[in-house]
Ligand binder design. Structure first.
Ligand code: IPE
Ligand code: IPE
Ligand code: MG
Length: 250
């Protein structure tokens, strides 16, 4: 069977019928990973970028439909200028490479966040990756850059208010969610945060309403296919009730 071929033997433990449709990851712990090795934080970000590539490929291979990753938050601008610059350079490098391979690999990309304040070069690369993504079907990776959950909700509220003034669109959860970056996508089923922190740090505040949360002490650069399997296995044991009483508790 295609989903669980030779390459992904470890996935054998997973129940293919109960895979999360949408996984979201807070890619945290790069700085601590570097510090532990006496390396500059930028070295942690570089290895973290490779981890992202690896995990995205694995998600595609096991049949996850949507992967949303937190790469840079609206609060991360507080960091030293050289660290911010090194993250932006890595993003540029990643996108240049992705442009060459994404259509062949069937990995679509979207960006969540206000990208208008990024460099023109980055904005052009982002526009190109999004345009290429229109041309084919495949796993969708949403990369959150200059993203904040509160910022996203405020922007949506402003856009909704402007539309309301024009045509009085009724406000409910469904109509409001169409103004979010995630418009049209299913909410994340599973949110993973490595690095030992147990908080959302402004990630997907609206969409996380009924996500299953998974925390691990592993630092993002050390995260791999095995760790993802662990997270999915934990998810597969959960009883999702959405406030009701169905499932194991009945
Ligand atoms: C996550 O790793 C990457 C970004 C936030 C850009 P960190 O850089 O936050 O790593 P720690 O948390 O300091 O270890
Ligand atoms: C969250 O991690 C943002 C990203 C991983 C991009 P942070 O390292 O910025 O979060 P805090 O400061 O520990 O809450
Ligand atoms: Mg951090």
């Amino acid at each position: 069977m295609k989903l669980f071929g030779i390459k992904n033997r470890r996935a054998g433990q997973l129940d293919p019928e109960k895979l999360p449709r949408h996984i979201a990851i807070i890619m945290d712990g790069n700085g601590r990973w570097a510090r532990k090795r006496g390396l500059p934080r930028s070295a942690g970000h570089a290895v973290g970028a490779e981890t992202f590539r690896r995990v995205a490929t694995y998600c595609k291979n096991i049949g996850i439909q949507y992967l949303t990753v937190f790469a840079f938050s609206t609060e991360n601008w507080k960091r030293p200028a050289e660290e911010v610059a090194s993250i932006m350079e890595l993003l540029e490098k990643y996108l240049k490479e992705a442009i060459e391979t994404m259509e062949r690999d069937r990995v679509k990309m979207k960006f969540f966040g206000d990208i208008s304040i990024l460099s023109e070069k980055l904005q052009n690369l982002i526009a190109r990756t999004e345009a290429i993504s229109e041309r084919f079907d495949g796993v969708q990776v949403n990369m959150c850059v200059n993203y904040g959950g509160r910022d996203e909700i405020l922007r949506a509220a402003r856009a909704y208010a402007a539309d309301y003034a024009k045509n009085g669109t009724a406000l409910n959860e469904d109509t409001f969610s169409r103004y979010l970056y995630s418009a049209g996508l299913p909410d994340p089923d599973l949110i993973i945060r490595p690095s030992g922190e147990m908080r959302l740090s402004n990630f997907l505040l609206w969409q996380a309403a009924y996500a299953e949360l998974y925390f691990t002490d592993v630092l993002w650069p050390d995260f791999d296919e095995k760790e993802l399997d662990r997270a999915i296995l934990s998810y597969q044991k959960r009883d999702r009730r959405y406030g009701g009483v169905k499932g194991k508790s009945t």
